[in-house]
Design a protein around this ligand. Structure first.
Ligand SMILES: Nc1ncnc2c1ncn2[C@@H]1O[C@H](COP(=O)(O)OP(=O)(O)O)[C@@H](O)[C@H]1O
Ligand SMILES: [Mg+2]
Length: 335
């Protein structure tokens, strides 16, 4: 599988808007078939814009450059009908707010049948009888017990967790090869969140469905993803296997994100300090590193020079500092 071209690839992918907002500043991402990757970063770092790029759903005013390919085919300058062929069938997306993603006017059964019918025009006419069965089967797959009782219900009669399951069932109806999940558990309470994460993991495992999981929470990312990409200001600043990124974070930004989650297992000797401030606006220009102003480990050069992308196997980071130079047991930083 590794020799085949990736399912999805973004290379130096840039998205900007008139008025000078640069929302993606050279995004690089490769996703192989069946692989689960998490995009992690604070609000405003460009995670959703990455997801929307992949679905061809950027606003009309967006200006793009770089490479975006799906199954080895370039996605640039494609017609809306080309995208519609892929959206839902090959690439599906679920969002943070399930209630507003479901149609309040229709029953669960209608919404699932509609999703099943989308891929196959014959479906709605010739297989009406069996599509009820298939809707039930979808509900079972997403862990809904007594699914018969749910079919006639409307979104407002469902809990948040149940809505999310219905939305996942809808997304799975077409057997997509890639599911983009944009903060799908953020609105749920902790127990339900865990159940939905387990469900998504299981579904992607049994169906060999790739997943791009968007979250601001490294702990959530590490539960579901094989690989983690940490984003800041429209770029990937660190990437690696989920395990390694968590155990030995190499970028100051990743370390700061971890510090904001103190209950996570973190390396005992690393100095962790959460970041102050917020992600800079998309209109900002950076002569050096985008993080420099907020980074507790930055040196003078960070404000002047663009950080290099340093790669070592699966591991990569966008930082001019050497690993351990300013962190860990280093005496160079006072706190
Ligand atoms: N239509 C737009 N015009 C200008 N800037 C935008 C537009 N849409 C989003 N942005 C900006 O793009 C940046 C990234 O947004 P987004 O991808 O939604 O971040 P995330 O999902 O990581 O929170 C934000 O700074 C946001 O303000
Ligand atoms: Mg978002």
């Amino acid at each position: 599988m590794s020799s085949a071209s990736p399912l999805l690839e973004l290379r130096d992918w840039r998205v900007s808007f008139p008025g000078g907002a640069q929302v993606l500043r050279g995004m690089n991402l490769q996703l192989r078939s069946g692989e689960r990757v998490a995009l992690v970063g604070e609000s405003g770092s460009g995670k959703s814009m990455t997801g929307l790029s992949i679905l061809g759903l950027l606003p009309d005013s967006a200006v793009t450059s770089g490479m975006l390919s799906w199954k080895g085919e370039s996605c640039e300058r494609r017609s809306e009908s080309w995208w519609r062929e892929r959206r839902g069938r090959e690439i599906a997306m679920i969002f943070q707010d399930p209630i507003s993603s479901l149609n309040p006017a229709y029953s669960v059964e209608w919404q699932l049948r509609e999703a099943l019918g989308r891929g196959d025009p014959e479906e709605s006419s010739s297989r009406v009888g069996s599509s009820r069965e298939r809707a039930l089967e979808l509900l079972r797959q997403v862990g809904v017990t007594a699914p018969e009782s749910r079919l006639s219900q409307f979104p407002h009669q469902l809990s948040g967790g149940m809505c999310q399951r219905v939305m996942i069932a809808q997304a799975l109806a077409m057997r997509p090869q890639l599911l983009i999940a944009d903060e799908p558990t953020t609105a749920l309470d902790a127990t339900v969140q865990m159940q939905v994460l387990e469900l998504l993991y299981r579904v992607s495992e049994t169906r060999q469905m790739a997943m791009l999981f968007v979250t601001h929470d490294l702990a959530v990312a590490s539960r579901i993803a094989d690989r983690i990409l940490v984003m800041y200001a429209g770029q990937v600043v660190e990437q690696g296997s989920a395990r390694e990124v968590l155990r030995t974070p190499q970028h100051p930004y990743t370390r700061a994100l971890l510090a904001a989650r103190p209950h996570l297992d973190t390396p005992p000797r690393s100095r962790l300090a959460p970041l102050e401030g917020v992600v800079p606006p998309a209109t900002s220009e950076f002569p050096g590193c985008a993080l420099a102003d907020r980074c507790r480990e930055s040196i003078e050069a960070c404000h002047r020079e663009r950080p290099p992308w340093k790669v070592n196997g699966e591991r990569g980071r966008l930082c001019m500092l050497d690993v351990g130079e300013r962190s860990g047991s280093s005496a160079g930083c006072q706190s």
